[in-house]
Design a protein around this ligand. Structure first.
Ligand code: UDP
Ligand code: MN
Length: 245
């Protein structure tokens, strides 16, 4: 049977949360054999997220992993790290498909359905291009003779693995074999730190998406909207009351 995909999605409350999660959910509704770990950086589960998840019919887990206080106070934060580490902890503590693959799917990116076939074929570590990153327009492994030999990325910054969160998938067995393979709270170095902590070797990277020639995922960012000036402004006599949150 198909290896299970464990899709780990960090999310947090904001005006754009439900629209972003609706788009991602309705993509994932087309993908077979997945378990969606939706992990909120919050103190309480958002009931609107819970209702959305229930409506999808996807097999999911809805969990909390608030950002630690010391991180929250920082000007530049490591976003989504507590959430992703919680997902990894769950994978390690539960009976999961040993042939499965994990993927970190941020709530605001855009995913082509063909990406999920690529992720499912990962044996250890797979990598592929991510569109819409930096002035380079994308980030991608460099492939020569079918092997990854380097990286094309607009912000290398001394990273061994200059890749985006959306640009790789890792096997469940790698996660289990490396119990200390977590994500560090270092803004900009989350991916690199995680892949180093997992003891990934450049030579073992599997280039996906037709030898990294196709873009199946984009680092889209939903524009932050102004907070509404008035909530539940009503016109005399109307019978519909709007709910914004
Ligand atoms: N996120 C979070 N808490 C925060 C900010 C972001 O859990 O305080 C989540 C967010 O929902 C997303 C991921 O972390 O899934 C990455 O955040 P964002 O998309 O804002 O980062 P960027 O794309 O700008 O790097
Ligand atoms: Mn994002």
């Amino acid at each position: 049977s198909m290896p299970m995909l464990y899709i780990i999605t960090p999310t947090y409350k904001r005006q754009e949360q439900i629209p972003d999660l609706t788009r991602l959910a309705q993509t994932l509704m087309h993908v077979p054999s997945i378990m969606w770990l939706v992990i909120e950086d919050a103190e309480m589960l958002n009931p609107q997220v819970a209702a959305l998840l229930r409506r999808t019919g996807i097999k999911y887990l809805h969990m909390l992993a608030p950002m630690p206080k010391d991180q929250k106070m920082r000007k530049v934060k490591a976003r989504g790290v507590s959430n992703r580490n919680k997902g990894l902890q769950w994978i390690r503590e539960n009976f999961v498909d040993q042939n499965g693959v994990i993927y970190f799917a941020d709530d605001d990116n855009t995913y082509d359905l063909r990406l999920f076939d690529e992720i499912r074929s990962v044996k250890r570590v797979g990598m592929w291009p991510v569109g819409l990153l930096t002035s380079y327009g994308m980030s991608s492994p460099v492939v020569k003779n079918g092997r990854v030999t380097g990286f094309y990325d607009g912000w290398v910054a001394n990273r061994k693995f200059p890749v985006d969160m959306a640009g790789f998938g890792v096997s469940v067995s790698m996660i289990i074999k490396n119990p200390k393979g977590n994500m560090p709270y270092v803004p900009g170095y989350e991916e690199d730190g995680f892949l180093r902590n997992l003891n990934v070797k450049i030579t073992e990277i599997e280039p996906k998406a037709e030898n990294c020639t196709k873009i199946y995922v984009w680092h889209t960012q939903t524009k932050k909207n102004k907070a509404p000036a008035k909530v539940n402004a009503t016109i005399h006599g109307q019978d519909n009351i709007w709910t914004l949150y």
